[in-house]
Design a protein around this ligand. Sequence first.
Ligand code: 5GP
Length: 218
Amino acid sequence: MIVPGNLFILSAPSGAGKSSLINALLKPENQGSARAMQVSISHTTRDARPGENNGEHYHFVSLAEFKKQISLNAFYEYAEVFGNYYGTSEAAIDAQLSQGIDVFLDIDWQGAQQVRMKKPGVTTIFISPPSKEELESRLRGRGQDSDEVIASRMAQAQAECSHYNEFDYVIVNDDFDQALLDLTTIVNNQRLKCRQQSIAQQDLFSKLLNIEAVEPTE
Ligand code: 5GP
């Protein structure tokens, strides 16, 4: 019997290092034989950035297509973020979970609120930058953005951070290796729960609990 996958949400303000943490967690060497992990690929109406591929980073769709998907109830959740729509396909996630794959949703706090209502068993994780100064320096370090753009990103980050206490776990990404260890611990914690182990270790427990099956030795 397949142990159903766990659903995780990771939310963070831009610049907290969420993508690097997810990429490190999903590296092949961290994909134990026990359970596969995948990041959900969202639908979005925003344009692809250089280096982004359709179907890999996002499913890039028109506003009309996105609205059609809403009318078909195809999304677990969707939200308008920074003027564009983003949504998580319900069928894709359910298929992955039923195959025993742990699925990670990289979505904002609005999406997290909606998924919590639909999937009470979801594990939600907020990734925080270590300080306001460090966040600003990471945002500035990214490129040539004007002071105005940086100020608007800082305001957006503050809005995202104001929801930190709605999450099950909070990881402060100061030291990257520590933050990755924290994230791995949370994932393993879910997998070791009795509800999951009773399915994963079904064989073991049916043998341990069946005293008649033990052959007496001479
Ligand atoms: P970006 O456009 O930089 O890739 O993402 C902008 C924001 O949208 C990020 O905070 C990201 O977590 C959020 N986001 C990405 N996909 C989804 C989604 O499917 N649903 C929701 N609610 N937010 C999303």
